[in-house]
Design a protein around this ligand. Structure first.
Ligand SMILES: *Cc1c(COP(=O)(O)O)cnc(C)c1O
Length: 222
């Protein structure tokens, strides 16, 4: 299968209302160009340096999403152009995104990353923390909290993955029906990767983040 076919097949498989984020981390600009030629415009990266390099090298109508852990001191490098930051995992980070976005007179859409997996190492808020940060969102004028993002456990046990995505969808629905402050909308529910996107779709994902199932193994060193 070529990258082009993978993009076309995936795009046709996804339900209406579910967007494909092509995760191009550790994939060469040539491969990005192939996906671009198939019509893909939304790409995800997880390292600031690689993201900035690719932004500079690639067509300017690409929308870039940051999907990896972001250090506060690096926000300024992506603030001028980033379309969405899906991996907001602290209030301090949100405050810094707000500060940098204001410099460019932008409003940057952000997702709150929720910790749903069993693994200790994955970043993200607890449900309590999500609620508390949403309550404080009025203080931020240059970020829009646009929804939630989560990563399921790395496991072959599909029941666990179902339970984790179902839990995140439940929180998303609860928040959607709650009274939210200005600057907060529950529009995007980003969940699902190459291994588990079909399960994520069953649970109402609006954004799947797919890398290896499109591009193959990650071999490029930026
Ligand atoms: C790498 C990555 C993906 C894509 O993973 P694949 O298994 O290659 O589809 C999705 N989301 C995040 C946050 C990632 O870091």
């Amino acid at each position: 299968m070529t990258i082009k076919n993978n993009i076309i097949n995936l795009t046709q498989t996804l339900p209406p209302g579910c967007q494909l984020v092509a995760v191009s981390k550790f994939q060469s600009p040539d491969k990005i160009a192939e996906a671009y030629d198939a019509g893909q415009r939304l790409f995800g990266e997880n390292k600031v340096q690689e993201l900035v390099q690719k932004y500079e090298a690639c067509p300017k109508d690409i929308q870039w999403h940051m999907i990896g852990h972001l250090q506060t001191n690096k926000v300024k490098q992506i603030a001028p152009f980033i379309s969405m930051i899906q991996s907001v995992d602290s209030e301090r980070l949100l405050a810094e995104i707000d500060r940098q976005a204001s410099k460019y007179n932008r409003t940057i859409p952000c997702l709150l990353q929720v910790h749903i997996a069993m693994e200790e190492t994955k970043f993200g808020f607890s449900e309590e923390e999500v609620r508390s940060i949403i309550e404080k969102a009025d203080a931020f004028n240059h970020v829009q909290i646009a929804g939630l993002m989560g990563m399921a456990s790395f496991t072959t046990d599909r029941n666990i993955v179902h339970a984790e995505f179902s839990g995140l969808k439940h929180l998303f629905d609860l928040l959607s029906h709650a009274e939210l402050p200005g600057g907060v909308v529950m529009k995007e529910l980003s969940m699902g990767m190459s291994q588990d996107y079909l399960i994520a779709i069953e649970h109402g994902s609006t954004m799947v983040r797919i890398g290896t199932a499109i591009f193959g193994e990650r071999t490029f060193t930026p």
